[in-house]
Design a protein around this ligand. Structure first.
Ligand SMILES: CCCCCCC[C@H](O)CC(=O)SCCNC(=O)CCNC(=O)[C@H](O)C(C)(C)COP(=O)([O-])OP(=O)([O-])OC[C@H]1O[C@@H](n2cnc3c(N)ncnc32)[C@H](O)[C@@H]1OP(=O)([O-])[O-]
Length: 296
């Protein structure tokens, strides 16, 4: 028996087997297989590469500015991949010139506070942080404002050599609104984040982004998507319960104390002994063969 944590609240005891399933609340262990080809969208291109779902932002004339509709489409495509048992990880990319040049300024310039508030303007952007499967951002060109924030909502960021990260919102009379003041600090530290956000003109190129830890790899622009898909495929070849619990545990480290985070980690670890993949993974090691994970 073990006890479960939700935030810092202790819930009723569960058997290990039940816990493995309960901790996967929304962890789409029993997922639908996709038999149809990916849906067509107006602002994004969606395709699959083996077990990887690839989303390409596709508003070239506006440098992939993130309109409300574009974000609705990103969220829908991600949810669809999340529910597809044949997909294990996703990649989001843009064009060589722009990953995304930010929220669509033309769409929002005449908004009023009360309308923004009542309609929770762009509040739906945050939905993608509920996706269980890992998402890699493959960033070429400009990742400015909401574009940088979109990349930071992903789990891993790879940069093409010409990538440029920045938060220019201050020059528009606003501030970052989709995580820039929070996630950028955690990625690059307070002083650099202040410099980037308060000036709106200090950007990070790919090499600097790597040095500051905002991205984990820099590759030639024309190899970027392949490299991201390669890593996503590697992740997708692992057992999905452990991949998704690892993602959730790492993300917990941003929200909770070390003590609570360690508790989450330990309970996830214990719960995974209720999965077939744990039995298979450890049996395969002992028998000196490759594991075949069934995501159960
Ligand atoms: C939960 C709450 C959520 C809140 C979310 C908040 C999100 C966020 O924090 C706020 C933002 O991102 S604020 C935004 C922060 N981002 C910024 O401030 C960056 C704004 N962009 C730029 O500074 C420049 O475009 C670049 C330097 C990127 C490229 O310069 P270049 O190479 O000379 O190219 P160019 O000629 O300039 O552009 C080509 C075409 O694209 C168009 N377009 C581009 N970006 C657009 C946008 N965001 N919008 C609309 N359109 C945009 C541009 O108008 C032009 O179209 P036109 O019809 O031909 O006129």
């Amino acid at each position: 028996m073990l006890r479960t944590l939700v935030g810092s609240a202790i819930l009723k005891p569960l058997s290990t087997q039940t816990a493995a399933r309960t901790f996967s609340t929304g962890l789409a262990l029993k997922q639908a297989a996709s038999t149809e080809s990916p849906k067509q969208y107006d602002n994004i291109l969606v395709e699959t590469k083996g077990k990887v779902g690839l989303i390409t932002l596709n508003r070239p004339k506006a440098l992939n500015a993130l309109s409300s509709q574009l974000f609705v489409e990103i969220n829908e495509a991600l949810r669809s991949f999340d529910a597809d048992k044949d997909i294990g990880a996703m990649v989001i990319t843009g064009s060589e010139k722009a990953f995304a040049a930010g929220a669509d300024i033309k769409e929002m310039k005449d908004n009023t506070f009360i309308d923004n508030y009542k309609k929770n303007f762009l509040g739906h952007w945050a939905e993608m942080t509920e996706i269980k499967k890992p998402i890699i951002a493959a960033v070429n060109g400009y990742a400015l404002g909401g574009g940088c924030e979109l990349a930071m909502m992903c789990d891993i960021i790879y940069a093409g050599e010409k990538a440029i990260f920045g938060q220019p919102e201050i020059k528009l009379g606003v501030i970052p609104g989709a995580g820039g003041t929070q996630r950028l600090v955690k990625a690059v530290g307070k002083s650099k984040a202040m410099e980037i956000i308060l000036t709106g003109s200090v950007n990070l190129n790919a090499t600097e982004a790597l040095q500051y830890g905002l991205v984990s790899k820099v590759v030639p622009a024309d190899q970027l998507v392949d490299e991201a898909v390669k890593t996503a495929s590697k992740i997708a070849s692992m057992g999905q319960p452990s991949v998704q619990m690892a993602k959730e545990a790492i993300n917990k480290s941003f929200d909770v104390s070390l003590d609570a985070g360690l508790r989450w980690e330990r309970i996830f670890f214990q719960a995974l002994f209720g999965t077939a993949d744990q039995k298979e993974g450890m049996a395969a090691f002992t028998e000196k063969r490759k594991p075949t994970f069934t995501n159960e």
